[in-house]
Design a protein around this ligand. Structure first.
Ligand SMILES: Cc1cc2nc3c(=O)[nH]c(=O)nc-3n(C[C@H](O)[C@H](O)[C@H](O)COP(=O)(O)O)c2cc1C
Length: 249
């Protein structure tokens, strides 16, 4: 079965090149309203979204990410924050301690809120004909992002999102077969991923990646070679979380 929403979701592609045409105020307001209406863990609304319009702040975030399209003027940049600070202030105004907000548990609820809000925004933006790219790369240098955004304690920039009018038409990137990615009741049994993913590997190798300007390596090769190699896979994320007073217990 299909409908307009499902067709849109099945047509998802990340866009990394944008025209020099910013979002209108009305578009930004609508997208932020969509974010605001996203489901939220325990109704705590532990998320804040920053629209980055200051070129210097944007350059600092671009430098932290190491990705050329994050800086500059194309597309509108948003940073989704896990925000436990606001609720700590609300508690402080009632004379209540906020020790509980420093737990891994509460950080996870904030991360859930922020990432779900971001995905709701992505779907809404795509429905408006806009392109989007998530930016996990801002965590290649999380401390610089915290400094550039002057973030208070108990906040953390969990993901960036660049949105704008697409200036490229990438092909759709193939995904893992449903048989390895979904199952009923218990974890899916796979005897050999090399065999189960052979067709998928071939499909991925035929995908032409506009980002690298070349064909992609196979998925299993990517998994074998790219994990834990540089950027946000190795940056001091745990340390910066602790400096922000998060995930202390
Ligand atoms: C949490 C998250 C972080 C991401 N970070 C980046 C990033 O820093 N830079 C980038 O170019 N793409 C980033 N992406 C986009 C992925 O590379 C992209 O979704 C993936 O290659 C699949 O391609 P598709 O979205 O076109 O289907 C990110 C995606 C997610 C979900």
């Amino acid at each position: 079965m299909t409908n307009e929403t499902i067709a849109l979701q099945l047509a998802h592609r990340t866009i990394r090149a944008y025209k020099d045409q910013p979002l209108t105020e009305a578009e930004v307001a609508t997208l932020m309203d969509v974010a605001r209406h996203t489901a939220t863990s325990s109704y705590l609304q532990s998320c804040t979204i920053l629209h980055i319009t200051d070129p210097q702040v944007r350059e600092a975030i671009g430098a932290a990410s190491g990705q050329p399209y994050v800086g500059g003027t194309k597309g509108d940049l948003f940073i989704f924050l896990v925000d436990l600070y606001r609720n700590s202030r609300i508690r402080a105004e009632q004379g209540i301690s906020s020790e509980a907000l420093s737990s891994m548990n509460l950080f996870l609820t904030g991360a859930e809120d922020a990432l779900l809000a971001a995905q709701n925004v992505v779907v809404a933006a795509e429905s408006m004909g806009l392109g989007t790219v998530y930016l996990g790369s801002i965590l290649a240098d999380p401390r610089s992002v915290v400094q550039a955004l002057k973030l208070p304690e108990l906040t953390f920039p969990i993901v960036g999102l660049l949105m704008g009018h697409p200036d490229q038409e990438p092909g759709q990137k193939p995904r893992l077969p449903l048989s390895v990615m979904t199952a009923t009741n218990t974890y899916p049994h796979v005897e050999s991923y090399t065999e189960a993913l052979a067709d998928y590997d071939r499909e991925v190798s035929e995908y032409y990646d506009l980002r690298s300007g070349s064909r992609l390596e196979s998925f299993t090769h990517l998994v074998g070679t790219s994990i834990g190699v540089g950027g946000a896979h190795v940056s001091p994320i745990a340390q910066v979380l602790h400096e922000q007073g998060l995930c202390l217990r």
